[in-house]
Write a new protein. Structure first.
Length: 168
């Protein structure tokens, strides 16, 4: 076997191993997100039009998007408030979830949050019910509502910027 062929085969095998490694890591992250997203945080006080179904599945015609999921009143900041879709309190630290934000005018946007470093990015564009769905990044795992308040306030300036750009 000549040296160039040996180098080619070595390089090819390294690339294949890297692809396999990245596939496995992506699968693990997706599985982790699936597990953390399974526990919905339901608002038991929300009105359901069907006594057999939770409010988010049987919402009144005039109900806003994300009806059936509770607001987290501790997060209220300058008229903005976070609503929780998935359970976030975890003594071991929750590092991913789904939420929504309510702007001072009552309009809403969906949030997909993860712990890590990244920039806010749009997942779904605005439509008639919300001003979009956005990926946001929290600086630390969420163990308590106080953690959620702090992380929400960290990303709020980015959300305000998007909101202002869309509304004006």
């Amino acid at each position: 076997m000549s040296i160039p062929i040996f180098i080619y085969l070595l390089f090819r095998n390294i690339i294949l191993l890297l692809i396999i490694y990245l596939s496995i890591m992506t699968s693990i992250k997706d599985q982790k997100r699936d597990e953390s997203s399974m526990n919905l945080k339901l608002d038991e006080m929300s009105i359901s039009t069907d006594s057999e179904l939770p409010a988010f599945l049987a919402k009144p015609d005039d109900a806003p998007v994300y009806h059936g999921f509770p607001l987290v009143p501790e997060t209220i900041t300058d008229g903005w408030c976070l609503g929780a879709i998935t359970e976030y309190e975890d003594p071991n630290g929750c590092d991913a979830g789904d939420a929504y934000v309510v702007a001072p005018d009552g309009s809403r946007a969906g949030l997909v949050w993860d712990v890590g470093i990244g920039k806010l990015s749009q997942i779904c564009p605005p439509d008639e019910t919300r001003w979009g769905v956005y990926q946001v990044w929290f600086s630390r795992p969420i163990r308590t509502t106080d953690d959620m308040v702090a992380c929400f306030r960290e990303v709020l300036p980015q959300l305000r910027e998007v909101y202002d750009r869309l509304r004006h």
